[in-house]
Design a protein around this ligand. Sequence first.
Ligand code: SF4
Ligand code: SF4
Length: 174
Amino acid sequence: MTKKARPRALLKRLISWRRGFQIVFGLSLYLAISNWGISLWWVIAAGSALGIFLGKFFCRWMCPMGAIMEMMMGAGDEDGRKRSFYNYFKMGCPIAWAGGFLNRMSLFRVRVADASRCKSCNICDEACYVAQFAPGHSLHLKDLINPSTHFSCSRCLNCVKACPAGALTFQARL
Ligand code: SF4
Ligand code: SF4
């Protein structure tokens, strides 16, 4: 494996563990609020501030309610699930509203890191509920809008995981 391929492989592995992270973080947060007296306002403030760096990351990686909602929406056909995620992540909670608003400016976003690897297979857009339901959005077509800047992108990173060529990444805009 080349030096450049290693971080991409590690990122894909982390994404495949996302639900595990979400359950562990979610349970920890629940315990912190219910047993240790951590104020919900602190959680809302910290989760919203996280949006400056990662956008609406909290919902799909750290939120206990998000984990429950995701399990509830797990049933049904693939298109129905994608539409539910698209609509659900438009409503959200205060952290989701702040994160969704900050998606447009967050330091990290999904992007094509290596255009020479992209085969224009469109698998990323098929995996992304924003690209499926928001007109004019695409992860790989340059003249369309990047779905990870859309309010509904919850940093599921399904697009990065789905790209067979390893062309997509979730990276800081430096
Ligand atoms: S899945 Fe990867 S290779 Fe295919 S169009 Fe998207 S970025 Fe390009
Ligand atoms: S992380 Fe990728 S697949 Fe998930 S909603 Fe955002 S752009 Fe779409």
